[in-house]
Design a protein around this ligand. Structure first.
Ligand SMILES: C[S@@+](CC[C@H](N)C(=O)[O-])C[C@H]1O[C@@H](n2cnc3c(N)ncnc32)[C@H](O)[C@@H]1O
Length: 248
């Protein structure tokens, strides 16, 4: 997912349109895609990336050479604070993984400065995050238990109405929720399928749980149904929902 999260990070940062000189907090920063995009596309005063997964923080620290960025092992429930708060508290592709989204948004708000921006961006799993949508739809025809693992079912928060309600209940104002689309291009079926064999994440874990026969049926079903361009490439849309609100 890393290559698509880097692409999305850039578009999310430009959608946010945060002025230069702002102190940022990136919650659930993972390997630092968003923190790096913030440094490349805005002029932040500082960026703190936090994530409870220490190996990801270690990776992010080793990857970033920007003196404005620091990465700390911390998560929702113990977000890093700064005197005066952060002007922008954000989160990319992580909100739906937090144990309690309401508490997370309230805490994001509480570490923000007055008039600061709280924001998040999540995949539209149930509809136009097409390469995963097609995967789970094909999996459901092969195996009825797949539905329970489908992120489209598991994460109802990844919908514009739910996100808007969440931000409203977090006492944010001037709330806006928009779609951000990227194109995910796979050079061949192998390029599409290979990442599903990696074992990490819901879909790859599901593939790893299948016996050889079912895995072959699923792969064949996808190979037969994915749309191909004249040169054999598979181009799909991946839509995400970006939401923001202001601390009044
Ligand atoms: C799909 S990854 C997204 C990572 C990164 N933002 C990106 O776009 O590449 C979700 C991240 O949320 C983090 N996460 C899970 N629970 C968390 C929590 N309670 N507080 C903060 N981060 C959390 C995970 O460790 C993981 O790095």
């Amino acid at each position: 997912m890393g290559r698509w999260s880097r692409c999305l990070a850039t578009q999310f940062v430009s959608w946010l349109c945060i002025p230069p000189g702002v102190h940022w907090l990136d919650v659930g920063c993972g390997t630092g895609s968003l923190a790096n995009a913030i440094c490349s596309h805005t002029e932040p005063a500082s960026v703190v990336g936090c994530d409870p997964a220490e190996p990801l923080i270690e990776f992010a620290r080793n990857r970033s050479r920007d003196a404005r960025v620091t990465f700390v092992a911390a998560g929702v429930g113990g977000l890093p604070r700064r005197p005066g708060g952060y002007g922008s508290v954000t989160s990319l592709l992580a909100l739906n993984f937090f144990p309690n989204c309401e508490a997370a948004v309230q805490e994001m708000r509480s570490v923000s400065a007055l008039q600061g921006t709280v924001s998040a961006c999540v995949w539209d799993y149930s509809d136009r995050m097409e390469f995963l949508r097609r995967f789970w739809d094909a999996a459901a025809t092969v195996d009825s238990t797949a539905r329970a693992l489908d992120e489209g079912k598991r994460f109802p928060i990844c919908h514009p109405d739910a996100l808007t309600r969440l931000f409203r209940s977090g006492r944010l104002v001037d709330i806006r929720c928009d779609a951000i689309k990227i194109l995910t291009t796979f050079s061949s079926f192998g390029d599409y399928w290979q990442p599903f064999l990696g074992g990490t994440g819901p879909a790859p874990s599901y593939v790893a749980s299948l016996d050889t026969n079912r895995r072959a049926i699923l792969s064949q079903k996808l190979d037969e149904t994915l749309p191909r361009g004249p040169d054999g490439t598979i181009v799909l849309t991946a839509r995400a929902w970006a939401v923001r609100g202001t601390v009044s």
